[in-house]
Design a protein around this ligand. Structure first.
Ligand code: SF4
Ligand code: SF4
Length: 114
């Protein structure tokens, strides 16, 4: 079982997890960052890096976010998924300032929760 990203990522998506993943298995989902279930090696390095506690080992996902197990896995079914590999945090933050970039548009659509 892989690690899972759940609801708290929405509106934060700061890419801190990407910087520590040894196998680059984070991808850009619409509202959250996604972990490829077949590429994740269950090292656990990303879990403590998340500022909003959005990352869980699959057996530890809180009840209200169990559907995020499928949400992380479904885009990767049948091999090709076409999702971009997530960039490092510094790159994402720089892109955020660029009008019209993926990161810039993301925060317009999913403003940070207070
Ligand atoms: S560190 Fe947490 S909030 Fe940031 S992108 Fe990763 S899962 Fe989302
Ligand atoms: S548990 Fe390890 S391999 Fe899996 S997403 Fe997190 S850092 Fe990457």
């Amino acid at each position: 079982m892989a690690y899972i990203v759940a609801e708290p990522c929405i509106g934060t998506k700061d890419h801190a997890c990407v910087d520590v993943c040894p196998v680059e298995c984070f991808y850009e989902g619409e509202d959250i960052i996604l972990i490829h279930p077949d590429e994740c090696i269950d090292c656990g390095a990303c879990e403590p890096e998340c500022p909003v506690t959005a990352i869980f080992e699959a057996t530890q996902v809180p009840e209200q976010w169990k559907d995020y197990i499928a949400k992380n896995a479904d885009p990767f079914k049948d091999g090709g998924h076409g999702l971009p590999v997530s960039v490092q945090k510094s790159v994402w933050e720089a892109q955020r300032e660029e009008e019209g970039s993926v990161a810039n548009l993301y925060y317009k659509k999913y403003p940070k929760k207070e």
